[in-house]
Design a protein around this ligand. Structure first.
Ligand code: SF4
Ligand code: F3S
Length: 106
C-alpha cells in the first residue's frame, strides 16, 4: 500500500484524492491517510502531491516509519474524502517544515 507521511501535515492539498480509483483516502483535521487494505498500488496519487508526502510502503523513509501504522489506524476512524478542496490556510508556510508529527490533529 501507499502511505501519506508528515509533509502533508498542516498543508493537506487534497490533489491526491481526485485521482484515486478506489477512493481510499480518509481525512482528519490537518492530514490525510490512505487505507492500506483498500489501496491497489496504482501509484497515481504520488505525482499529484505538491508536498511529495506519499510513498510506497517499502520506500517510506526511515524517519517516517511511524506513519505506516498511523495511516492504518486513522483510516479506520476518519471519514473518506473523494473531492479536492482548498489546502489549509498556511500551507505555504508549512510545506518545507520538518518534524511536523507533533502538530498532527486526530
Ligand atoms: Fe489510491 Fe492509487 Fe494512491 Fe493507492 S496508490 S492511494 S490506489 S491513488
Ligand atoms: Fe496531503 Fe499531498 Fe494529498 S499534502 S492531502 S498527501 S496532495
Amino acid at each position: 500500500a501507499y502511505v501519506v507521511t508528515e509533509a502533508c501535515i498542516k498543508c493537506k492539498y487534497t490533489d491526491c484524492v481526485e485521482v484515486c480509483p478506489v477512493d481510499c483516502f480518509y481525512e482528519g483535521p490537518n492530514f490525510l491517510v490512505i487505507h492500506p487494505d483498500e489501496c491497489i498500488d496504482c501509484t497515481l496519487c504520488v505525482a499529484e502531491c505538491p508536498a511529495e508526502a506519499i510513498f510506497a510502503e517499502e520506500d517510506v523513509p526511515a524517519d517516517q516509519q511511524a506513519f505506516i501504522a498511523l495511516n492504518a489506524d486513522l483510516a479506520k476512524i476518519w471519514p473518506v474524502i473523494v473531492t479536492r478542496k482548498d489546502p489549509l490556510p498556511d500551507h505555504e508556510d508549512w510545506i518545507s517544515v520538518k518534524d511536523k508529527l507533533q502538530y498532527l490533529e486526530k
